[in-house]
Design a protein around this ligand. Sequence first.
Ligand code: HEM
Length: 195
Amino acid sequence: MRSGGDQVPTDSIAIAPRCPVRGYGDVICSSPEEEKPVTRCEDGVPTLVDWAGGPEAILRMVNAFYDRVEHDDALSAFFPGGVTVEHREHVAMWWTEVFGGPTHYTDQLGGYQRMLAHHRGLNITADQRLRFATTMSQAVDDARLPDDPEFRAALVGYLEWGTRLAMANSQSDATPPATAPVPHWGWGVAPPYQP
Ligand code: HEM
């Protein structure tokens, strides 16, 4: 945990207004200051998607990632002919939902079951998983998302978890649960420091 004197400089962060709802648990709230979709927030701390700069910032990150993937010797073969706009948008919808934003991936596309179906049988190797994770980390910089340690730790935590699950579930002999909710990722042990 950071100390008070080591606070994140807020002028370097594209941050949405702090959620006005305080309390414990998975609180539904919306920002009164501007027209924004309803987001979840815990204890008045912004969701990861709000901290990132909103769904537009997540799409920027996903686009930067697939721009790299298309030229990556370990990953491009997964996407013959390039990565479509539709795929980029769907993956951005997934990340947005996971990071506490609107639940469009679940409501409009089919949620976990659809994501799982896309990874089944890909037989992702450990090297490919690692390249996927490191390339995404580079894409987060490309897209100029906030670079404070708290946000990046939360993002990379999900990235590590998600890529390991994707790899496990992509094996031919995998038996993942047929149904499950889309995960909701949070700040973990290092939320933004609040004096
Ligand atoms: C955090 C980790 C990951 C997340 C969040 C993620 C997310 C997704 C989602 C949401 C889809 C479905 C898109 C749709 O609904 O149209 C998808 C498809 C896919 N993913 Fe992943 N994925 C992850 C890891 C990986 C890894 C490690 C690989 C390979 C190295 C991979 C390769 C693919 C491929 C090939 C598809 C199918 C593309 C298509 O048929 O259009 N993913 N991914």
